[in-house]
Write a protein that binds this ligand. Sequence first.
Ligand code: GCU
Length: 412
Amino acid sequence: MRLSRIITLIHGVVLWSLTTIHGQINYEESLAGSHPLPDPLRFEDGTAVGSAVEWTGRRRHELLRLFEDCVYGVFPPRPRMQDFRIVRRIPNALDGLETRLDIALWISPDGESPVLRFTAWLPADADGPVPAFAGVHLFDTSRDFPSPAVGITSESAQGEKALWAGMETGRAILRQGFALISLDIDALAPDGEKRYRTGALSQLRAQTALEAGRPESGALGVWAWGLARVVDYAETDPHLDGRKVIAMGHSRMGKAALWAAANDQRIAMVISNNSGCGGAALSRRNFGESPAHICRVFPYWFSSRFSDYSPHPETLPVDQHQLLALTAPRPVYVASASEDRWADPKGEYLSLFHAQPVYHLLGVKSQLPQEWEPVAHAHQGPLGYHLRNGAHNLTTTDWKHFLNFASGYFRP
Ligand code: GCU
């Protein structure tokens, strides 16, 4: 059986069980609804945002706070103390193509366990500091080679051929002069309702009290915080260019990458692959996974208040196009897959489309077409999008587009 067929089948079974447990999920475009979207360029009191200064100085903060309160919880602060240590270094790995570093971050002087572990693959022959793709669980760090095109959770179902493709993709990325960085989630925030607080959040809580009445970060926010810490690290490592860190992620980690870029303006570019509900997809569209479904199955990814709104997403004061707009004027890329209806590819595209007014205000001339259907090719900027044929996955084809897009901005 072909690989893509196997992936489609597995995804189909998961979706079938979710539908059975949680009731009907809409896949009819005519029933997707047409709730008006909140305007990124209007303050909450109804007045218009008239200038770039008003956006950057006030509206941006207003929106960030609304996203914290209503969707993701308060973005955890930068720790008072950070001790990054290289715990393993393998020079000349991958036939001399790269150097592998395993890095850990401690944030308290009393020897508690690290709050973050990540692996960096640096191109061996780079002349100066290089740009980097950084993602949570971007590839399997237990292997000796990076295999970023292989969906980690379904890796065993994909076999050697896919692993080989992933490894070739890793080589291609390094050869083009980009570093690859993958964050492990176990120290940071394990992906489970009872465990996600056991990592960074528990140590951060001991350091800084949450402002009264505000909701704590869910797991997505802690993963996103990890990406911000990687930028801290990149600013100190002379092999990496801290001004060219690209946050990227697939699926739930695509949601985290978007939230990271919204909060940390040092992140130079963000790429979300098949990120769906709570990521790039509009919450107000009734198509595929809805906020109500995601809050039932993964409530701990979000602020506890998200579930107050989730039965009626049209009551949310924000929607996800405003999340993408929070990255402006930095480049953002959204990728969808044609069979990934659960993630609502059209909703992902419309979100990007409706983020444009903020980019325009900040002087970025993006002209995406309003129609989504004919988009069979990639839009390579300034806002990037492609709709790949096939199922929910991060593939070599996706990476080719991402590499093209990133090279246009950051050719090393
Ligand atoms: C589930 C979840 C999605 C998420 C995906 C993933 O399908 O409902 O919201 O994006 O898992 O992360 O693989």
